[in-house]
Unconditional design. Structure first.
Length: 277
């Protein structure tokens, strides 16, 4: 358990390492959080992180100083984060489809990211539990890859409703996720969105170049509890196809709002999992 002071946000990271000396294959996540949470995320680090930026293990790293400013030392490793799993729901139990698991390389541990906000006049207590279930590599047909499409370039004018759109082509998605050039198809099987309290609606559309048709594949109407969608028929994405993010925000404040980490800032992110042959 940890304290969340009154009047704002507390977001922190806590690096757990030395799980194993070999790759793990994740089959299932369980997460449970005491009320007041905004999200909890398991991150690891990508291979580009400089060694001097790898955090000290088993140490609380708050994102904000007591005066509300961002702690620059906490922020430095964040561009190298690689999403593993997480949720905004108070309780989540997600299992990958049969024959699919997510590889967690043994290079790094897990950087645990909790975010609570407290706009009362009293300190509240936060508490988070997370379990990861693994399986043997020989039981896997496809290794899952992590989808993260993060639009940080937008402005929401004060006292206005805004619709923000961002298109990601097949080639952009490949480049952003370091997929080999000779891969011709991606198979998307899970997705969910992430935004903050000004969001009214968040839609995901898929354009199929072969049929010249666009279909709505996902909608979130509640920023606190975005649906976690598992596609039973895995969505094949090929050359010419694209995914479009479209989010509507009602900025009823007197200030323009941009991308940021506070609950009073905004975000526009699509998370999910896919695999390729």
């Amino acid at each position: 358990p940890f304290e969340v002071p009154p009047g704002g946000d507390r977001e922190f990271f806590y690096y757990e390492t030395d799980f194993t000396d070999e790759d793990l294959f994740i089959k299932r996540f369980e997460i449970s959080m005491r009320p007041g949470s905004h999200h909890f995320i398991f991150y690891t680090f990508d291979s580009n992180i400089p060694s001097f930026l790898i955090p000290q293990p088993n140490t609380w790293r708050d994102l904000y100083n007591e005066n509300g400013d961002i702690n620059s030392f906490t922020q430095l490793p964040m561009p190298f984060h690689k999403f593993v799993g997480g949720t905004q729901w108070p309780w989540m139990d997600y299992e990958f489809p049969e024959g699919i698991a997510l590889r967690l390389p043994d290079d790094y541990g897990l950087d645990l990211n909790g975010h609570y906000f407290n706009y009362t006049n009293n300190t509240i207590i936060g508490e988070i539990y997370g379990n990861i279930h693994t399986i043997n590599e020989e039981d896997i047909e496809h290794v899952a890859e992590i989808l993260m499409l993060n639009n940080t370039n937008f402005n929401l004018p004060a006292n206005q409703t805004s619709n923000i759109e961002r298109i990601y082509s097949f080639n952009e998605i490949k480049d952003m996720h370091d997929i080999p050039n000779n891969v011709n198809s991606l198979y998307l099987f899970q997705l969910f969105t992430h935004a903050h309290q000004l969001m009214d609606r968040f839609d995901i559309e898929f354009y199929d170049y072969g049929t010249n048709e666009t279909q709505l594949i996902y909608t979130a109407l509640d920023y606190e509890h975005p649906p976690i969608l598992t596609l039973n028929q895995h969505l094949q994405i090929q050359q010419g196809d694209y995914i479009k993010l479209s989010a509507t925000y009602d900025n009823n404040t007197d200030n323009d709002v941009q991308f940021g980490f506070l609950s009073t800032d905004e975000m526009m992110i699509l998370f999910g999992y896919f695999y390729y042959d």
